[in-house]
Unconditional design. Structure first.
Length: 95
């Protein structure tokens, strides 16, 4: 099940990234250049074959003119994590 979740996360993030990039009229090349990344990496992200590090998420969000939390929130909604079991951080704080 975890493998399917990871695949879903990658694919949904890719769709969110592509939608935002296109809405801003950016090419993959321009997004990559402005985020100091390789265009092939952007393509792999959009195809759901790679997932960004936190640092890359922040760089992409900056170029896309959104807070990283907006991208994560959209991702959570897309994969419907809101109703699933508590995240690790929530488990720790609840004791």
């Amino acid at each position: 099940m975890l493998g399917n979740l990871e695949k879903s996360i990658r694919e949904e993030f890719g769709a969110i990234l592509r939608t935002r990039r296109i809405a801003l009229g950016l090419s993959q090349e321009k997004l990559a250049f402005d985020a100091n990344l390789n265009r092939n990496y952007i393509s792999l992200l959009e195809l759901g074959r790679n997932q960004p590090t936190v640092a890359v998420l922040f760089r992409l969000a900056s170029v896309l003119d959104v807070q990283p939390s907006v991208l994560v929130s959209q991702l959570e909604k897309a994969i419907d994590l809101a109703g699933s079991e508590p995240r690790a951080a929530e488990k720790v704080t609840k004791g």
